[in-house]
Write a protein that binds this ligand. Structure first.
Ligand code: ATP
Ligand code: MG
Length: 444
């Protein structure tokens, strides 16, 4: 993409309404624009990152054997009356009436709808286990929408639902989700710690939240520092292997890590003092096992191996896709702007032309652009007639992990400069080697 042909409305001023750094940077980098309280338009740069986050979520869900689908945003109130949640949910639910006086709602979550789909089509244990998921906009009429996309009213969530014949297989689904979430967040350059949590209005016994440590997080968290040393890495996991998944879950749930809702001072005090940490965290996901809470009232049963009709065991599993952008920025930025992890960056690399209009510099930039593109990479070429300082400031603000700087002086010596956004370190390389280096970083 050439910057002169792109739509990147960066702001010079720091927007006064934004209280936290991720919100400020998303506005300044031209990623989002507020449409009304807690509701945002995703401008091209923000939309690109959102799609990258979504893609990683899809890939990791499908790696774990979960099946993608799409349910509507609007739901019938009658379904929610069956589970008893229509009245129980409270003012966070946006209720709508259509022209035929039928009650609808903008879905805050989809347990009822997925249970209805399941009961209409599945009746035997032979079709199980099954996990269906979608990535769809949700609406919750939050009393205090704030921090930009972090606590929106309309927000994008991945929500998945497992269906299993008995408790043991449902717990395997729970474990499988925890494992796949660990890999998902790591691919986004995040450390998200699973913490024992409270189940809230979804209900159920077993639940973990995934928290990214950040001073601006809304939850107070208590943990054993040992957990921050754990790395998922690129282990090969057989997601159907119950023991293997259970082992990984054990690894991550043995060190103490809880939110304030479930914190237990007595247990915490057994952690060696030098490893006890209190901090704040951003909830980027949550998994639940809730058994037959919905299948029983809604009549979602299957015939088990013994020929009996039993209510299906379920769980639900959410990832805050749009919130993740805020969380990633909170975890990765400096005074000059965002520092995108390579896994989610909107463009792989920036090209800065120090002397636009200089025939040789222009030609070198075009060649770099083509060579990077030919490798399957997406560069952002700042081809504006601007001072070098302004171009660097824009690149730093929007946070591309790598920048290639091209100027007449370097070209005389046959070199361009490759700079890491994270460390600020630069290297002079021939254009060919710079392209090869960037391609290698992205595994292209
Ligand atoms: P919270 O405690 O932050 O209100 P929740 O526990 O009600 O969230 P879940 O039902 O667990 O949310 O939803 C799954 C994920 O969706 C959350 O872990 C979070 O990342 C994201 N999420 C929830 N509410 C919002 C919101 N208002 N704006 C953006 N993302 C949200
Ligand atoms: Mg939650």
């Amino acid at each position: 993409m050439r910057l002169t042909r792109y739509f990147l409305p960066v702001l010079k001023e720091t927007p006064s309404e934004a209280q936290i750094v991720s919100h400020r940077l998303m506005l300044r980098a031209g990623m989002i624009k507020q449409a009304s309280a807690g509701i945002y338009s995703w401008l091209p740069l923000g939309y690109k990152v959102l799609r990258n986050v979504e893609r990683i979520v899809h890939e990791e869900q499908q790696r774990a054997g979960h099946i993608p689908m799409l349910m509507p945003t609007l739901q019938s109130a009658d379904l929610w009356r069956e589970s008893g949640r229509y009245d129980a949910y409270g003012p966070e639910m946006l209720r709508i009436r259509d022209r035929h006086e039928r009650d609808l709602l903008y879905g805050p979550t989809n347990e009822e709808m997925i249970t209805d789909i399941f009961r209409s089509h599945v009746s035997s244990y032979r079709d199980l286990p099954m996990t269906l998921y979608h990535i769809q906009w949700k609406f919750r009429d939050e009393i205090r929408p704030r921090f930009g996309v972090m606590r929106g009213r309309e927000f994008l969530m991945k929500d998945g639902y497992n269906f299993d014949v008995d408790y043991e297989s449902a717990i395997h689904a729970y474990n499988r989700h925890m494992v796949s979430y660990l890999r998902t967040y790591e691919r986004m350059g995040l450390q998200a710690i699973p913490m024992r949590a409270d189940s809230g209005p979804i209900g159920g016994d077993d639940t973990h939240e995934f928290l990214v440590l950040a001073d601006t997080g809304e939850s107070e968290v208590f943990y054993d520092a040992a957990i921050t040393d754990l790395k998922f890495g690129d282990r090969k996991v057989d997601y159907d292997n119950r023991d293997e998944c259970a082992e990984i879950v054990k690894e991550w749930t043995t060190p103490y890590a809880r939110t304030d809702e479930t914190h237990d001072e007595a247990i915490f005090n057994q952690v060696p003092e030098e490893r006890r940490r209190t901090s704040r965290g951003i909830e980027v996901g949550q998994i639940f096992y809730f058994g037959t809470k919905y299948s029983e009232p809604m009549g979602a049963t299957v015939v088990n191996r013994e020929g009996q009709h039993v209510p299906v065991h379920m769980g639900s599993h959410g990832i805050g896709v749009s919130r993740l952008l805020g969380a990633i920025i909170e975890a990765s930025h400096d005074d000059n702007g965002i520092i995108w992890p390579e896994g989610v960056t909107p463009f792989h690399c920036g090209i800065v032309n120090l002397k636009q209009g200089d025939a040789e510099a222009d030609r070198a930039c075009e060649q770099l652009y083509d060579a990077l593109t030919a490798k399957g990479l997406e560069p952002l070429y700042d081809d504006r007639e601007e001072r070098a300082g302004a171009k660097f400031a824009t690149m730093d603000l929007i946070g591309l992990p790598w920048r290639i700087t091209v100027g007449p002086r370097g070209l005389k010596n046959g070199v361009v400069e490759l700079t890491s956004r994270k460390t600020g370190e630069s290297e002079e390389l021939s254009p060919e080697v710079a392209v090869a280096r960037v391609a290698e970083i992205y595994g292209k």
